[in-house]
Design a protein around this ligand. Structure first.
Ligand code: ADP
Length: 357
């Protein structure tokens, strides 16, 4: 390896030298022939063979020396402007190959350096930054999934142990069995959400666009929560414009409404109010889901669309922080918009805009 390296270096130096030699020889021959021919014709003197021979020898030596000088100067220039930077880039790329995505290359400010290098370095730094964040997302995702799985599994194990006790009353047996079923339901829900999100993110779900009545869909979804609002004595208010047609994937959008309604009811205390409205603008159908629930701080509001984020931990057992991540993904796929306005202790309003045509 080392020998072939040295051989490569020597042959490269010889090649460079030959190139300079040919260049200098060509330049010197052209300029001296021109100079001598003009000089001899204007001064009217004859060149003898001896004269030419002596001049040719000196010129040849001169060409050899000049070529050596140029080769050395060029080698130094390359070392300073190209090789040093290429070595930095190669070293950094090797670190990336080994899995270190924290590596960054210092931008070059040297005047003699080709500006293409700055572009390469810029792209390289952006690439490692992206790779780093993808890696963090991946490890965070695995950590989050494991964490979310541990809780229901521990609950199920406890109930399972309790169920093994002899002489259990019928009431206790039902209670413990319900604990196990609830835990497994939570796990199954989380897995379904993860799979859905994964398929949405990898674009494996292709939206099936049809034209349908959005108002009807909102009413149908909202009615599914009737038991909850009756049980919790939550006041409801609907203001739904009639005959609002949208071209969208109805199944995916029902996921959005179900999640928003379920959150509104989950975070609203008995006696509170949940409202849903549908209005239209020229190009959008605007759905607002409003509640008088616990609301959220600005800081929480910034993260609610992230996977596994739960701002309000008091309801953590009723969800897994994937609902709004799914909602956001679906709205993005439908090229719509979603925003939230919320005041801590007062309530929240989620606004979703869906394109009408
Ligand atoms: P989860 O299923 O755990 O509720 P989501 O993704 O649906 O997860 O919501 C993420 C977080 O957003 C919740 O933990 C909560 O802090 C906040 N949030 C969502 N909807 C509301 C709401 N209507 N009122 C107050 N906070 C909400």
């Amino acid at each position: 390896m080392k020998h072939s390296n040295i051989f490569h270096k020597i042959s490269r130096a010889v090649y460079n030298y030959l190139m300079f030699f040919l260049l200098v020889a060509f330049l010197v021959t052209c300029t001296t022939s021109l100079f001598i021919s003009i000089f001899s014709s204007t001064l009217n003197f004859e060149l003898t063979t001896e004269n030419i021979e002596a001049a040719a020898k000196v010129t040849f030596l001169n060409v050899i020396l000049l070529s050596i000088l140029f080769t050395v100067i060029d080698a130094i220039r390359r070392k300073l402007t190209t090789e040093k930077i290429t070595k930095h880039i190669v070293d950094a790329a090797k670190k990336v190959v080994e899995g270190d995505f924290s590596v960054r290359i210092e931008p070059v400010k040297n005047l003699g350096v080709d500006e293409k290098f700055s572009e390469i370095i810029d792209c390289f730094n952006k690439m490692t930054e992206e790779l780093g964040s993808v890696e963090t997302l991946r490890t965070d995702f695995i950590a989050n999934v494991s964490h979310e799985m541990k809780t229901p599994l521990a609950v199920m194990r406890n109930y399972g142990t309790l169920l093994q006790a002899p002489d259990l009353s019928e009431e206790k047996r039902i209670e413990y069995a319900k604990g196990v079923t609830d835990g497994s339901r939570r796990l199954a829900e989380m897995m379904t959400n993860i799979l859905k999100l994964n398929r949405l993110e990898n674009q494996q779900i292709y939206p099936e666009i049809t034209e349908y009545d959005l108002g009807e869909q909102l009413c149908e979804c909202f009615l599914q929560f009737e038991n909850i609002w009756e049980k919790s004595e939550i006041e409801i208010d609907t203001d739904i414009e009639e005959d609002v047609k949208v071209k969208a994937d109805a199944e995916l959008l029902s996921l959005v409404w179900n999640n928003l309604f379920s959150n509104a009811f989950k975070f609203t205390k008995p006696g509170g109010k949940v409202s849903v409205s549908l209005k239209t603008t020229e190009s959008f159908a605007v759905v607002k889901v409003q509640d008088t629930g616990c609301g959220m701080s600005k800081e929480v509001g910034k993260h609610i669309f992230e996977k596994f984020y739960q701002g309000d931990t008091s309801h953590s057992s009723q969800g897994n922080g994937l609902g709004l991540a799914l909602v956001k993904r679906v709205v993005d796929i439908m090229q719509g918009e979603i925003s939230v306005e919320s005041t801590l202790g007062v309530g929240s309003t989620f606004t979703v805009k869906i394109r009408r045509m």
